[in-house]
Design a protein around this ligand. Structure first.
Ligand code: DX5
Ligand code: ZN
Length: 231
């Protein structure tokens, strides 16, 4: 019912393949892959080549979070590189419906990412093409930032919208949260309505303290917190 998606942004890039394998062995459901272009966000990370390189290492869902502008050409590249979920920010696409269609036509799940101050009305005419909504609980660009508390109300409002849509359409859209998620707040975030949790520094920071890098105990701790939340 709940998915945990470690963000590779906080992984050790010198041992990236090993990090992917360790975090999947420790029970990660998805691998969250942050793509930044130094244009839409003030940071530069990795592209489709790196996604393609980690693809053979795991059958886990690769969740490509595109913080790039423009998005459409990179959508194709990430589909070819084996991403299973592709999300982008509506401000970064001239034609949101077309970008969502490109992702779904390529066989992946499509999602919109809303920044902390981006209103929910972006979802209104997009629901039929959405498989996932990602709410940013920090401003995109960097790992290790503090969770913005107002995200809890926004999650609840999004949950209500998505539940109403499910009633009507019979289709469930996932609700993911990204930024500042850790053991101390994950249960409250789940209670507010999220079902998919990105965690970068909380997972890789803690696990790296162990040698070899192990993530079992930190992921188990997140799951134990989630287990206190009833559906
Ligand atoms: C921020 C990224 C996040 C980030 C989360 O722009 O989208 O995925 O890695 O990192 P933490 O969990 O450390 O806030
Ligand atoms: Zn992300």
């Amino acid at each position: 019912m709940f998915r945990i998606a470690p963000s590779l942004l906080s992984a050790d890039f010198a041992r990236l393949g090993e990090e992917v394998q360790n975090v999947v062995d420790a029970g990660a459901d998805w691998i969250h892959f942050d793509v930044m272009d130094n244009h839409y966000v003030p940071n530069l990370t990795v592209g489709p080549l790196v996604c393609e390189a980690i693809r053979p290492l795991t059958e886990a869902t690769i969740d490509a979070h595109l913080m790039v502008r423009p998005v459409d050409r990179l959508i194709g590249d990430f589909l070819k590189a084996g991403a299973n979920v592709v999300t982008f920010h509506p401000e970064a696409s001239e034609h949101i419906d077309r970008s969502l269609g490109l992702i779904r036509d390529g066989g992946a799940k499509a999602g919109l990412v809303l920044n902390p101050a981006t209103p929910l009305h972006y979802l209104d005419y997009a629901l039929d093409k959405l498989d996932i909504v990602l709410l940013m609980s920090v401003n995109p660009g960097f790992g290790g930032q503090a969770f913005i508390p107002g995200t809890l109300d926004k999650l609840a409002a999004t949950r209500a919208k998505l539940d109403a849509y499910e009633q009507k359409s019979g289709r469930r859209i996932l609700l993911e949260v990204d930024g500042g998620v850790k053991a101390e707040n994950i249960a409250a975030i789940a209670r507010a309505g999220a079902d998919t949790f990105v965690a970068g520094s909380a997972i890789f920071g803690a696990g790296r303290a162990e040698d070899p890098h192990r993530y079992d105990s930190v992921i188990a701790r997140l799951r134990a917190e989630l287990a206190t939340v009833s559906a």
